[in-house]
Design a protein around this ligand. Structure first.
Ligand SMILES: Nc1ncnc2c1ncn2[C@@H]1O[C@H](COP(=O)(O)OP(=O)(O)OP(=O)(O)O)[C@@H](O)[C@H]1O
Ligand SMILES: [Mg+2]
Length: 501
């Protein structure tokens, strides 16, 4: 924190400020106190400062003591262009401010033996520099530096006082700046996790196929390798992705998911990468992308086959360089994210047909995991069915063996999800403590009939008897529901009796 005497001298020097400078300070305080704070506000404040002290460029950096380097918070020139490289500024002066913790003004730097040898000073033809420290809780947090070049005037002491005052305002606003960043990240994480993490059921299954799958998931969870999960719809790809995260060392870090199917390209891009204020109409404030929010954690890209070629190229860069760039931004940000992607399509085939980038396919397919369809793990049907009965019913309900047989004989094109739906429906129809075959109504009847091996007569008999059972022998209701007459039903039943004789 600037001590009392320096604050006092700052205040005294305020008397010397021009109306113009007062106005700027006033605007800066308003910006720093805006109800919604975003990064662009700091750039706006810096623009004001550059213009009022007639500087060429300005930079506001955060200092990292551990790595002894600087991270740009905002860097602008007089044309209000963003500058992305801290090396374009005098690192010598930045270091000096960090060391002395004092504001310093350098005149005629080209002839100053102390700093004229710095490369940036020569290359940028810098004439005059002011550097001021920014404090946070007694510690140095960063530096604000402005410079002016040959054809501009030299800075004055008054300029330095002004900048010093500006840095004090920033110091006071730092709490908000730091909190803003943390809150934004937390908010996005929580919102995404609400969608992605709604009660994580365990992966049920003891078939050989599931045991193999579980071993693979455990193994890959110990690494940071990109995983491509494939499998038909409803096989448990979401579940597998979450399991990988939960079993990994990133468990306590964020897990975020984005569904990529049938979402307009621009919307998906802004979700994934974020944007800078003004990047497009409607971008009224900076927005963090989910990749940034998932930093240090795991990011799950669901239905990856559906993303556009343009986004595929951007994704490739994330994987190769571990860096992202917000829409409308010129500065890259490093991110450390473990990627998991899923699809129910054949990505390899798509890439061979030129419908998916081949290089991206190989980048994603580092560790492929295929989840087998439920029909290939019939052994798990009983376990899963009982699990879903328990999940959806408070009562103790048992599955009769004809019911189990019916479930095991079906080929489950919608896999575990369809089984869960079927059980849920059966529980509604079942009003005893036994869940029987009659309660099991599979929504995809046509498919069932397709695979029906018997004769039309046998099928007719089966349907009629089942429907009678459903209506507890009431022929009028059965006739109504089948669209036939009661007489027809009576005739059929008679026929069946005669056959059995
Ligand atoms: N092995 C399993 N044990 C318990 N529940 C499971 C299992 N596999 C899937 N489920 C459940 O089935 C449903 C579908 O699973 P999930 O959403 O993971 O499938 P998916 O492969 O991602 O499907 P889609 O391709 O349609 O997105 C979920 O409710 C999930 O909890
Ligand atoms: Mg899914």
């Amino acid at each position: 924190m600037p001590d009392k005497t320096s604050l006092k001298s700052s205040l005294q020097s305020l008397r010397q400020l021009s109306t113009n400078q007062y106005n700027v300070l006033y605007q800066v305080t308003r910006l720093l106190n805006a109800p919604v704070m975003h990064e662009s506000l700091i750039e706006e404040a810096l623009d004001l400062v550059i213009s009022v002290i007639n500087a060429e460029r300005g930079i506001f950096v955060r200092y990292n003591l551990k790595s002894d380097d600087f991270q740009i918070i905002a860097a602008r020139n007089v044309q209000k262009d963003q500058i992305k490289d801290v090396a374009l500024f005098s690192s010598g002066v930045l270091q000096e401010v960090i060391k002395t913790k004092l504001a310093s003004l350098y005149h005629d730097v080209q002839n100053d033996p102390h700093i004229s040898q710095f490369e940036s000073i020569q290359i940028q033809q810098i004439k005059s520099i002011i550097g001021v420290p920014v404090f946070y809780h007694e510690n140095i947090w960063g530096v604000i530096l402005v410079d002016s070049i040959k054809n501009r005037q030299e800075f004055t002491d008054e300029n330095m006082e002004f900048l010093h005052f500006f840095s004090s305002l920033i110091s006071l606003g730092l709490n908000r700046i730091e909190h803003l960043d943390k809150l934004q990240t937390e908010n996005l994480q929580l919102r995404n996790q609400l969608e992605a993490f709604q009660n994580i059921p365990k992966m049920i299954g003891e078939s050989a196929a599931m045991k193999k799958l579980s071993a693979l998931i455990h193994r890959v969870a110990q690494t940071d390798a990109t995983v491509l999960i494939t499998g038909e719809s409803g096989t448990g790809k979401d579940l597998a992705a979450r399991a990988i995260h939960t079993l990994s060392q990133r468990e306590s870090q964020p897990y975020l998911a984005q569904f990529c199917g049938s979402i307009p390209d621009t919307l998906l891009e802004s979700e994934l990468f974020g944007y800078k204020k003004g990047a497009f109409t409607g971008a009224s404030a900076d927005k963090k992308g989910l990749f940034e929010v998932a930093d240090k954690g795991t990011f799950f890209l669901d239905e990856i086959a559906d993303i556009s070629m343009a986004l595929q190229a951007k994704l490739l860069r994330v994987i190769e360089n571990q860096e992202i760039i917000r829409l409308g931004e010129i500065q890259f940000k490093k991110v450390n994210v473990r990627l998991i992607a899923a699809t129910n399509k054949n990505l390899k085939e798509l890439s061979q047909k030129g419908l998916f980038r081949e290089d991206l396919f190989y980048r994603l397919n580092v560790f492929p995991i295929k989840i087998p369809p439920l029909r290939e793990r019939v052994d798990d049907v009983a376990l899963l069915a009982n699990f879903f009965i328990q999940k959806h019913s408070q009562n103790k309900i048992t599955l009769t063996s004809p019911a189990l047989k019916a479930l095991q004989n079906y080929n489950w094109p919608g896999n575990v999800r369809q089984l869960e739906n079927t059980i849920q429906r059966a529980l509604i129809l079942c009003d005893s403590n036994k869940l029987d075959a009659e309660h099991i109504i599979i929504e995809d009847e046509e498919r069932k009939f397709d695979e029906y091996g018997g004769t039309l007569r046998q099928l007719e008999k089966q349907i009629l008897l089942k429907r009678l059972e459903k209506f507890k022998g009431n022929r009028t209701h059965t006739a109504e529901s089948l669209g036939v007459s009661v007489r027809w039903i009576q005739k059929q039943l008679k026929k069946y009796e005669e056959h059995e004789k």
